[in-house]
Ligand binder design. Structure first.
Ligand SMILES: O=C(CO)COP(=O)(O)O
Length: 271
């Protein structure tokens, strides 16, 4: 499990739910209400384990209204943003708009953006800069495909994505940022990287951040694992000392399952 220091985590674990293109704004309100009741009933301590959700753009205003109105200790963010601030970019969404909607985070460079929309490392770097400019914490997604893993080049490949995304980004921003390691072959497939694989990659990512910046920055940055995370496997994945949380896709659409993932510490105690 992530190293604890005097009973507290060195880094606050983060469980993030990426809804992808699921749930309209009315369904979003229902799910957020149910999730909040479930976590409330379980007396979840949001300071101990942070929870964030990533609904589609069209849901964000409704989620903001609910979170603010009911003072929910839940954070939320968007699944993408434009590298630009404003202008003739039909269909794109500015980080400024997301900040205005109370978003804390934004996903950047998700593998589905990279594969379906052709986003490359240079664009991911620009989006990372845009997020920071507008006061949003980027969750930078990186990870190898199956062929790269089978060829044994997964660490080198993922480190190169990391290095490219962080090009020109200052240490203080990296210290606050989140990096999500999502091996493409494990996304939505039921195939999950073993706890050792997740830990091996997160250790390599932290070591690279130490090389690029310094030990303090490497100690602060939070590293998540994503790819077929479920309540049944989350506890073993988060045992890795460099793994600080999970980016959850499909299982974040079910409030009971997602709440059980958020309460992974409970499984650690009962395992
Ligand atoms: O892509 C993911 C989260 O961003 C992972 O999705 P699944 O949890 O559905 O595999």
């Amino acid at each position: 499990m992530t190293t604890k220091n005097n009973g507290a985590y060195v880094r606050t674990p983060l469980i993030a739910g990426n809804w992808k293109m699921n749930l309209d704004h009315q369904q979003a309100v229902t799910l957020v209400q149910k999730l909040s009741w479930t976590l409330n009933d379980a007396r979840h301590d949001f300071d101990e384990v942070e929870v964030a959700i990533f609904p589609p753009f069209t849901d964000l205003r409704s989620v903001q209204t609910l979170v603010m109105g009911d003072k929910l200790p839940l954070r939320y963010g968007a699944q993408d943003l434009s590298p630009e601030d404003s202008g003739a970019y039909t269909g794109d969404i500015s980080g400024a708009f997301l900040a205005k909607l109370g978003c804390s985070y934004v996903l950047v460079g998700h593998s589905e953006r990279r594969s379906i929309h052709g986003e490359d490392d240079a664009l991911v770097q620009r989006k990372t800069q845009a997020a920071l400019k507008h006061g949003l914490t980027p969750i930078i997604c990186i990870g190898e495909g199956l062929e790269t893993r089978q060829a044994g080049d997964h660490i080198e490949f993922t480190l190169s994505q990391l290095t490219a995304a962080l090009h020109g980004i200052e240490a203080k921003d990296v210290a606050e940022a989140v990096i999500a390691y999502e091996p493409v072959w494990a996304i939505g497939t039921g195939e999950v990287a073993g706890p050792e694989d997740a830990q091996e990659m997160c250790a390599a990512l932290r070591a690279r951040i130490k090389e690029l910046y310094d030990a303090e920055t490497a100690k602060s940055v939070r590293l998540l694992y994503g790819g077929s995370v479920k309540a049944a496997n989350v506890a073993s994945i988060l045992r890795g000392r460099d793994v600080d949380g999970a980016l959850v896709g499909g299982a974040s659409l079910d409030e009971a399952e997602f709440a059980n993932i958020v309460r992974f510490e409970h499984h650690l105690l009962t395992d």
